[in-house]
Design a protein around this ligand. Sequence first.
Ligand code: HPA
Length: 243
Amino acid sequence: MLAIIGGSGLATLPILEITHRQVVRTPFGDPSCALTFGRIGQENVVFLARHGFGHSIAPHEINSRANIWALHNQGVRGIVSIGSVGSIAVNLETGMLVVPDDIIDYTWGRKHTFFEGPDKPVVHVDFTQPYCPHLRARLLAAAQSAGVPIVDGGVYAVAQGPRLESPAEIRRLERDGATMVGMTGMPEAALAKEMGIPYAHVCMVVNKAAGLQPGADEIVFDPGVLQQCKSRVDVLLETLLGI
Ligand code: HPA
């Protein structure tokens, strides 16, 4: 079974034929919401809305340990994580999908490992490949066969939020090599790695990052752009899962 984590604007997955929901408790507290089980095409899927069904959980308040533990406990064989980002690199236009291949974590104060406390071993999980190359390749191949425009690779900067960034912060991220910025990619990716779950991200470019929209003195969010991204994600997932 594949897991899909939906981010902002994706609290439900309309293409999912829902069979049932299950409330799960974990040793790390409660996940963002009940798990939703169903099918997309040929595949059994479990869906989790990262911000809760009513989008009530802010990025820094997400209990990623509970979310990842709950999915691991279901025996999922992979996680496709969907999230929205602001673009930093000029080639990333709004409305595009990106499958990043690297990540920089700027978050702080989040519970970011399963390996802490007196009863746990000290583990330094390898993060040379933060995203699963095989799952990334499957996503890119599905996009290509469906004719969905998608960008292969990029560096996802994970900001703490919930506020958006200042222009100087964005310039710093750019100097660091980041090509896009979001708020939820970590610690989720690292926790999936600790659990040994193949994990890949599909980023929806919903805005240009602070200071990068010519002529605008604030960030512009266009609902039409989000809708375009969501439609592309639907087609991508349907193709990935064999419709
Ligand atoms: N910054 C941080 N997170 C985001 C943005 C942004 O511009 N857009 C969507 N998520």
